[in-house]
Unconditional design. Structure first.
Length: 119
């Protein structure tokens, strides 16, 4: 994907999922900028103010040839940081990152799983 296509996909996912994650009342500022630290995305959330700044390095995601699913997973992960931010005062940052990563994996598994059969 080109950087422009990555940007469109990221915006589509943010707009499509914000309600699912209970973030409709939040101010979500998303930006596309270079990350020199190797990260492809970041989230700085402020639970008490219901606002977050999400940044994505569309150029790096394009160079790394992110698939559509990898882009979705990245956006999902950053949105989960918004949802979980209120817990940061009770946990170390590393533990919070581990919790968000685990939740991302769980949500992706649910998303990819076949529909449960009724018993």
């Amino acid at each position: 994907m080109t950087p422009a296509e990555v940007k469109r996909a990221v915006i589509r996912d943010i707009k499509g999922w914000r309600g699912t994650f209970g973030l409709n009342e939040w101010t979500l500022n998303y930006h596309f900028e270079r990350h020199d630290d190797g990260e492809v995305a970041t989230c700085t959330a402020h639970w008490e103010y219901h606002e977050a700044r999400l940044t994505f390095d569309a150029d790096q995601m394009s160079v790394k040839d992110f698939s559509r699913d990898e882009i979705r997973r990245t956006v999902l992960h950053e949105l989960l940081h918004c949802v979980c931010d209120g817990y940061k005062r009770y946990h170390e940052r590393a533990l919070l990152e581990e919790m968000v990563s685990k939740l991302t994996t769980i949500v992706v598994r649910c998303w990819e799983a076949p529909e449960p059969k009724e018993k």
